[in-house]
Design a protein around this ligand. Sequence first.
Ligand SMILES: Cc1cc2nc3c(=O)[nH]c(=O)nc-3n(C[C@H](O)[C@H](O)[C@H](O)COP(=O)(O)OP(=O)(O)OC[C@H]3O[C@@H](n4cnc5c(N)ncnc54)[C@H](O)[C@@H]3O)c2cc1C
Length: 416
Amino acid sequence: MDMTERTIVIVGAGITGVSAAEWLRRDGWKTVLVDPIHPGDPGQTSFGNAGLIARTSVVPVASPSLVRKAPMMVFDPDSPLYLRWRYLPRLLPWLIPFLRNANPKRMHEIAGPLAEMTFDSTEQHMALARGTKAQAFITRGDYISLYRSRSYWEQDTLTAEIQKRFDMVPAPLTRAELAERDRNLGPDYTFGTIYSDFGWLSSPAGYVRALFDHYRGQGGDFRQASVVDVTPGEAPTVTLEGGEILTADKVVLSAGAWSRRFAKSLGMTIRLEAERGYHVSMANPSFTAPHPYMVTDAKFVLTPMQGALRAAGVVEFAGLDGPEHPEPPKFIAKAVKRVYPGLEFESSTSWMGRRPTTPDSLPAIGEAAAAPNVLHAYGGQHVGLTIGPKVGRLIADLAGRRTPNIDLAPYRPDRF
Ligand SMILES: Cc1cc2nc3c(=O)[nH]c(=O)nc-3n(C[C@H](O)[C@H](O)[C@H](O)COP(=O)(O)OP(=O)(O)OC[C@H]3O[C@@H](n4cnc5c(N)ncnc54)[C@H](O)[C@@H]3O)c2cc1C
């Protein structure tokens, strides 16, 4: 295909938008990436996540055990689930289909297309980052889940069943084995499970910034502006705040949890919720973790990062713009003390981010019939960093009319 003068505008420059922009640039497109903030800024979700390249994630977010426990959890101040009650009515159009997916049959159905996104994520990150400064942030090692007792792990038979289907069952570790690997570990965690050959980023923000710097250095365009409207059609347009209109051959919508804002102009329903999470980052700790830990009772991941130990997780439903809740960082800080009773650090900072989550835990990838030439690329939920490079590559395939060798039907953006 003659690519001269083929222009594509990418709306949103988190891991998904930067990945798409870079793959499209490599394909010969004239790329214009648009975002009011710079990649690596704390305002984007890609800044503050736990950094896991979660190749083993095959279990959807909605599960029967979550639904069973959620009503109690939202009333329990000592639990990792938060809800702003006033927001509940606006959450319902997303929550109801989300709950419909919280059964074993749907979980098994979703797990296939979810695994398709995650299984080769390490290779996908390497393919994108190779030859750029981003590569140095990719760290390899083990990933261990910590449990208060073996019975918590054994109870979750549905997770085990799904993991088994994809050959993703982790190996069990005894308390002695855990202590042997990490003498700083607190006594509460008496059982663990391990995945070897795992990957994480030593700075998610540094990584996205390095990919972006590479993209710019190779001639990729960036406009620091907020997009107020996207019009689909033969020659789709993107309107910037202030009124300037960019005309393109194609548009990529990769604005993370903010992507829903464009549903009306696209004439379609976008079921996407800001599934908010928090992190506490502890600078210059007296010791660090040998590898990331999933702390299962408190639902956060503790990751050794550059100059800091980061604890990131929990779930809050309070809308895109609702103020930060004061409790989650306190909850996380308290739980870190259980993992590492002897930990000291110089200072700590907290952060809130918005996971873009669909009711069926699957991302939206590609074009909707109602809105030609607009390629959807959002919905990465808890694994958005993991799958960003692959989603970006699939978008480049679709834009270049190459047929990807996977079935994209489960990710159709107009499935809701
Ligand atoms: C606490 C926590 C821990 C996590 N841990 C992990 C993990 O370990 N591994 C993993 O894979 N995932 C993890 N995630 C999920 C992951 O961070 C997200 O799914 C991912 O960052 C989403 O990337 P994105 O590019 O789609 O969105 P974002 O990074 O949010 O980027 C969206 C961009 O769109 C821009 N934008 C918004 N509105 C407009 C507009 N009108 N015009 C132009 N631009 C706009 C925003 O400014 C932003 O820069 C975690 C998330 C949280 C909250």
